[in-house]
Design a protein around this ligand. Structure first.
Ligand SMILES: [Zn+2]
Length: 216
């Protein structure tokens, strides 16, 4: 075992808190489903004072509030293996969806048994967010959360191949795809344009142009 195996701390890491994003897995993996309402009656598994794991109506296992959680609570740290960027990129290509980008040199691969936070599902209307503090990632509540609520955060995927990552989170504002909130408007615009460009099958539909281009 060499000293380079030790994670240590990054002296260059930022000390301020900022929103963190999961790296986009290049290989498409099944991370979301539309199988809403499939929650089982299996007992939930406590993780810490705030969080327990159980069957999710969004996808597979999920994280749930054990009690009322005030806004701004650091609920759980997103743990993982510290990996250099080259190895991290290789794992993303293989479809690993649990990798958090930390900086230009290294990432955190949360695909380890000792990272219960990996079970938290994505939502387009999340009640938590991933925050980076220096070289660590925490999942923090965005608002007051009721006991029993499923804990979710926006995975923060890059715009990239957004069509490959459908979302069935069930949020009233669900975009239909897993992508960082900053890209929601862009995706909505593209979807709206596609719908507008699709010929209507209704033979009685009016074809009057309503655009306001003064040159036409
Ligand atoms: Zn959604």
């Amino acid at each position: 075992m060499s000293a380079t195996d030790q994670p240590g701390t990054d002296p260059a890491a930022a000390t301020s808190t900022e929103t963190a994003s999961l790296a986009l897995p290049t290989e498409v993996v099944k991370i979301a489903s539309t199988a809403l309402g499939e929650a089982s009656t299996a007992p939930r598994e406590p993780v810490n004072e705030w969080l327990e794991l159980g069957s999710s109506g969004i996808h597979g296992r999920g994280g749930f509030a054990r009690c009322a959680i005030p806004a701004g609570t650091s609920i759980i740290e997103y743990l993982g293996e510290r990996v250099a960027k080259e190895e991290s990129n290789r794992r993303c290509v293989e479809g690993n969806p649990y990798i958090f980008t930390i900086n230009d040199e290294w990432d955190i691969d949360g695909d380890v048994a000792w990272n219960p936070a990996r079970f938290l599902n994505h939502s387009c209307g999340p009640n938590c967010e991933a925050q980076q503090e220096g070289d660590r990632i925490w999942l923090v509540s965005l608002r007051d959360i009721e006991p029993g609520e499923e804990l979710t955060f926006n995975y923060g995927y890059d715009i990239g191949e957004w069509r490959d990552y459908p979302c069935g989170c069930g949020a009233p504002n669900c975009l239909g795809f897993i992508v960082a909130e900053e890209f929601h408007e862009q995706v909505r615009l593209e979807l709206t344009r596609e719908i507008a460009a699709t010929p209507t099958p209704d033979p009685g539909a009016s074809n009057v142009s309503t655009h306001a281009n003064p040159h036409c």
